[in-house]
Design a protein around this ligand. Structure first.
Ligand code: PAF
Length: 288
């Protein structure tokens, strides 16, 4: 559906609750799509999934300072609320919740949500404090919006597992939906960070997906994970990645590294840098 009227925007928890209470009184279900803006087709596919599940789609736009590390430039994060709101209106969202930092973290805010275990591997050690920041803001968003379902991209596989776990552990009554990763024609996962890539880096970036696909194929065929991971690491370095944070086969739910593919679902996951830009991706390991 396309619309030519502007998307309504609320900026406070109080305004948000007035809108969502009206929906609930009418028996309308609510899907939340949390974002940090800089929206691309991948985000719009989350909106489409939300709309397929619920009568109302609420999108949040909040660049969450507490999930940025000391070496990550929060001020450089792309922001264009007007353009994001237009895209969301065209995609059929019903409401944008765009709180200021002081609304989300008022003076004296002192609480953190930490999900142990799941954050010990993959991106966790490379981005200290990141998942605590994500878990804290997502918990707040879920409690502020009280949606029936909330939608997150599978590209951030570890984030998705952390959010599933916090919702379960804290008895937050919400269904967490994972949306498949949208990819460019050469396989690169859509991400707001792709905009930072220079033309040469953009060409190299496509190797992240193809390397993970090959890693997944090799371990599904019975290769030991460690040897296949080492080969994948060499492939990424030869392709031109400047630093590999990890390229690993992990249990899809616990995120623990695994030595050989067994019965449980597994994912091939990687994080690698091209200059200043850090890219992540993951693919399912299909055992035939
Ligand atoms: O995936 C993101 O864009 C963010 O980590 C999220 C889930 C909106 C929390 O700030």
């Amino acid at each position: 559906m396309t619309v030519d009227h502007p998307l309504p925007i609320v900026r406070t928890v109080q305004e948000l609750r007035v809108e969502t209470a009206g929906w609930r009184r009418r028996g309308e279900t609510i899907a939340l799509v949390p974002t940090m803006g800089a929206l691309h087709q991948g985000h719009l596919s989350l909106v489409a999934l939300a709309r397929a599940h619920c009568r109302r789609t609420l999108v949040s736009l909040f660049v969450n300072p507490v999930q940025f590390g000391a070496d990550e430039d929060l001020s450089a994060y792309p922001r264009d609320e007007a353009s994001d709101a237009k895209k969301l209106a065209r995609a059929g969202a019903d409401l944008l919740y765009a709180p200021a930092t002081a609304e989300m973290y008022p003076e004296g805010f002192a609480t953190r949500v930490a999900v142990a275990g799941l954050t010990d591997h993959l991106c966790g050690p490379h981005r200290p404090g990141h998942f605590e920041g994500v878990a804290t803001v997502v918990t707040k968003l879920l409690l502020q919006c009280l949606p029936d379902v909330a939608v997150f991209g599978e590209k951030d596989w570890q984030q998705l597992q952390v959010i599933r776990r916090l919702a379960r552990d804290l008895d937050i009554p919400v269904g967490i939906l994972g949306a498949p990763t949208l990819r460019e024609a050469d396989g690169l996962a859509m991400s707001s960070r792709n905009a930072y890539l220079r033309p040469r880096e953009r060409r190299i970036a496509a190797h992240l997906h193809s390397t993970l696909v090959e890693l997944a194929r090799a371990v599904a065929a019975g290769d030991p994970c460690r040897a296949a991971e080492e080969k994948a690491l060499r492939t990424l370095l030869e392709a031109g990645f400047t630093r590999i944070d990890y390229v690993t086969v992990a249990d899809a739910a616990t995120l623990q590294p695994i030595a050989r593919i067994g019965e449980r679902p597994a994912r091939a996951c990687a994080a690698a840098r091209l200059g200043e830009t850090r890219l992540i991706d993951n693919v399912a390991i299909e055992i035939s």
